[in-house]
Design a binder for this molecule. Structure first.
Ligand SMILES: [Zn+2]
Length: 278
């Protein structure tokens, strides 16, 4: 599916509802960006044979343009599968942040050979990509800004629908909110997320996501103040009605907020109990 003249969106497998995985109910999006001289892939999905086949057939149908890079937005397996295979077939380097390179190479067979710095650009011919480091969902998460189209590819930092998972073992809530604020520095007309539909009102969406996290934080501070001051208390109040399959994810979200508040010295932990720092 064409998103703009330069961008082809490739989704294989239709809906595979799995609300308990990163990314929610939508399968991962893969984007092929065509410049005048070169092209790039952004993410590669799970790496199932039918996905790889689809990517290759679209590339072949375009006359096998030179692929300047297979850019991986972050380490999760639903975004990086097949990267090594495509890299070999298309004679293209795999690109990620240096933080994510370590995790990607540990979790897959992909070998990352280019690790752009924050703000570095890649010229594809009348098509300019800027690499924007946006830690949060994972610590090496990367967004890519396509200047000419004013499009931001966000990986799992922003999803087409719903809120992303910030898990304290791989990500960080303080960094995530800073990364959202950083995105507002760009002139964005459209967001191409890692899952789900494109977002046509990007600035509103980014403000809404920042506001959602601030509200959650305010709610947790209120709970702690009122004596609902353990993980269980907070979980049972905020998430009392969610499906059991989501409980672990919900607890990790709470923990990510708790860690942020502790880092900021706004709360402190004594045993299992949190208290407001006076
Ligand atoms: Zn992810």
């Amino acid at each position: 599916m064409k998103v703009t003249d330069r961008i082809t969106k490739i989704v294989v497998g239709g809906n595979e509802p799995d609300p308990f995985k990163y990314g929610g109910v939508y399968p991962p999006n893969v984007f092929l960006v065509n410049g005048k001289n070169k092209s790039v892939y952004i993410d590669t999905a799970h790496g199932k044979p039918e996905e790889i086949q689809k990517h290759l057939s679209i590339w072949e149908s375009q006359g096998e343009p030179e692929i300047a890079g297979i850019i991986l937005t972050h380490r999760h397996s639903d975004h990086i599968g097949g990267a090594q295979e495509l890299s070999k077939r298309m004679e293209a380097p795999v690109i990620s942040t240096s933080v994510e390179k370590i995790a990607i190479e540990k979790e897959s067979s992909a070998k990352v050979s280019i690790t752009p710095t924050d703000g570095e650009k890649l010229d594809l011919g009348e098509t300019t990509l800027e690499f924007v480091h946006t830690p949060g969902h994972t610590m090496g998460s990367l967004c890519i800004y396509l200047e000419e189209d004013k499009v931001l590819f966000t990986g799992d930092n922003i999803l087409g629908l719903g809120t992303t998972v910030i898990s304290p073992d791989e990500g960080n809530m303080t960094s995530y909110i800073k990364s959202l604020q950083k995105m507002l520095d760009y002139d964005i007309e459209k967001i191409c997320p890692g899952h789900g539909p494109e977002i046509e009102t990007p600035i509103e969406k980014i403000h809404e996501l920042i506001e959602h996290r601030h509200q959650r934080e305010a709610q947790m501070l209120e709970l702690i103040t009122s004596g609902k001051d353990s993980m269980d208390d907070i979980f049972n109040t905020i998430y009392k009605d969610i499906h059991p399959g989501l409980h672990n994810t919900a607890r990790r979200q709470i923990q990510a907020h708790i860690n942020k508040l502790i880092e900021e010295k706004r709360i402190e932990q004594t045993g299992n109990i949190y208290g407001i720092v006076q």
